[in-house]
Every structure is written in C-alpha cells, then in structure tokens.
Design a protein around this ligand. Structure first.
Ligand code: SAM
Length: 334
C-alpha cells in the first residue's frame, strides 16, 4: 500500500509534510518543516491553535506573508517566535486555498469523456482557476516523447500547461463545449482583490517559480472571465447551485484537492449526495478520499508519495501528480 501521511501529532504532521508534501519540491519548506518537527518549543506554540490551523502549509505561508526570512531554520525560528502573535492571528483567519490551473491538464481528459454540452460546477473552486479548462493550451507528452497539443477554440492561450503521460490516456482532440459554469466554496477568492490574489501567490512554495508564473497567467485569464463562485458548503450548498444549471446540458460536478478538507462524516455525505444526483462526477483527490475509487484500483497502487487519484463517477481513471504535472492512465478494467 501507499505510505500514509501521519497527522497523529503536530510534530509528526510537520515531519510527514516535509517528506510527503514538499519533499523534492521545496528544499526551503522541507528544512523548515523538519526543523519544526524537531523543535518541541515551536511545536508547543503551534499546538495551541485549533487542529486544522496547525497545518504546516498554512503556518509556513502565513509566516511568509508576514515577512519571515525564507532559508535556514535558525533565523526563521527566531522570527517566528518573535512574531508568533501575528502569525497566530493570520492563521486563524486564513486557510490554504491553493488554486492550481495545471490540474486542468488531468481534469480535461476526464471531462472530455463526457458528452456535452457541459455545465461545470466545481466544489471547492477557490479563485476558479480550474473552472476554465477550455481557456488554456495543453501539451501532453508521452513517455515515448510524443506531444499531443490542444488549444482553445479561438486559438493559442497565453498559458500552456504541460503534463507528462503514461498508459496511453484518451487525450481530447477538441475542447469540450462548456455552456455554463459556477463554483461553490466556503470562502470564494475574488481575483480582483489584490490581497486575495497575493494570498494565492504566497501559497505557491518558495522555489516553484514556474508554478508561480502559471498561476499569475491563469489569474489574468480568469479575472477577465469574472467567474461566478458562490459562498457555501460542499454538501449543504450543492443542490441549490446545481439546480441553476441549464437542463439541456450535462451537469458535471468537479472536486479537486477540496473534499479532503471535509470531515470524514461530511465527506461521506457529500459522496452520497453527488452520486445520487443526475450528474456526472469528476474527483481529483488524494488516495482514499473517495473509497470506491481506491477500491477500484485494486493492487496497482504506485509507491510515489504524493499521487492523487482521478476518478469519474467514483471509478478510478488515473494516478496523477498533485499539481497536474503527471497523468498515469490506468488500464481500463476488463
Ligand atoms: C486547495 S483548494 C483547491 C482549489 C481548486 N479546486 C484546485 O484544485 O486548484 C481547496 C478549496 O476547497 C474549499 N473548501 C474547503 N472546505 C470546503 C467546504 N466544506 N465546502 C466548500 N468548499 C470548501 C477551500 O475554501 C478552498 O478554496
């Protein structure tokens, strides 16, 4: 089985985040997270926060937002202890809402399996960057080095999303027709608000300059579209928003790195609700978040530490990189 992340204590959460979350992506955050995990005094400070607010990515981003020096643990720790009251206050009002447009490179092949026209409803939409898969250009590159390109109907996008593929995925030759779209989020991000946009940028890990450039480019594209993102809970708000979708389009409910934030009970309610609706359902979450998808994979679980499982209507389609960088298509079940 895949190694599970360990959230059992604050220290183990930070150690696990260093290994499974930022390991291999952000040496700075990796060092800081290991530093916290091995520092009982700082762990004790963070452990005063409500459990969800102890999240490593949240504390690291709040400290960064407020000016913590990014680098070795010593100076960062000194800054954190001196500025703890401000970091604590910031963490209490913020949440990690990382919006990653590159996830569209794995979501779009799933969307293209569905007959259109499509009404796309994203649960946990953040700023809406994954609500506009048809506004970006794509370059899927197979293990053999073959490129599959796709552009919006009106030509090449300012943002090109690259994605490495294995397993011969059915990549779309044309953009799906999306005739209606809306997001649902506990805390919608308004991309025209400079503070909100800055927070989305701050959530990108320090060394990921390409990722930051992609997010900035996607924000510019989506800002112009003025996405409709309704404030509401994934389960409580879904039916009302879904009822607004045009009835002559196929309603697609999409969640990506979102229902992981629900309690297990709320997540089970959400899954029951969405599977009972007259809609198709695309899910892109960590393994085990949608139990039927993980069960459908059987034994073929990869050992990579950070994969997401892409699923359509609760059935697994592919293991994917958490930021849309890889699409490893699963062989169709026989
Ligand atoms: C990490 S972001 C993912 C954004 C986007 N789906 C993506 O893949 O880039 C998760 C989003 O889920 C939202 N969220 C968390 N719990 C929620 C809930 N119970 N109902 C609705 N949205 C929720 C958060 O506010 C946040 O904007």
């Amino acid at each position: 089985m895949k190694p599970a992340e360990d959230f059992s204590s604050t220290a183990s959460w930070y150690r696990s985040f260093a290994t499974h979350g930022v390991g291999g992506y952000s040496p700075i955050y990796e060092g800081l997270s290991f530093g916290v995990a091995d520092d009982p005094d700082v762990v004790a400070l963070i452990a005063q926060l409500p459990r969800p607010k102890q999240q490593p990515n949240l504390i690291l981003a709040c400290a960064r937002l407020l000016g913590a020096p990014l680098g070795p643990y010593g100076p960062w720790r000194e800054w954190l202890v001196a500025n703890w009251d401000s970091v604590r206050a910031e963490a209490l009002v913020r949440s990690t809402q990382t919006n990653e447009p590159r996830r569209c490179a794995v979501l779009l092949p799933a969307l293209a399996l569905i007959d259109g026209p499509i009404a796309l409803l994203e649960v946990g939409a953040s700023g809406g960057l994954c609500l506009f898969p048809d506004r970006y250009s794509y370059d899927w590159v197979s293990g053999a080095g073959e490129h599959t390109r796709l552009d919006p109907v009106d030509g090449r996008s300012a943002l090109l999303l690259e994605c490495a593929t294995t397993g011969n995925p059915p990549l779309p030759a044309a953009m799906p027709e999306i005739v209606w779209r809306a997001g649902l989020d506990l805390n919608p991000i308004d991309l025209t608000d400079p503070d909100a946009a800055n927070w989305l940028e701050t959530l990108v890990w320090p060394e990921q300059v390409d990722r930051l450039a992609r997010i900035r480019s996607a924000m510019e594209i989506v800002r112009a579209e003025r996405p409709r993102i309704v404030r509401g809970d994934a389960t409580a708000g879904l039916a009302a928003l879904a009822a607004e979708a045009p009835t002559d389009a196929t309603l697609v409910i999409q969640n990506s790195a979102a229902i992981v934030y629900l309690t297990p009970e709320n997540r089970a309610d959400f899954i029951e609700l969405v599977t009972g609706m007259d809609a198709r359902w695309i899910s892109n979450e960590g393994p085990g978040i949608v139990p039927s998808a993980l069960a459908g994979v059987g034994e073929a679980v990869p050992q990579e530490k950070d994969e997401f499982l892409l699923a359509l209507d609760g059935h697994p389609l592919a293991w994917v990189g958490p930021h849309g960088q890889r699409l490893d298509w699963l062989a169709p079940a026989s």
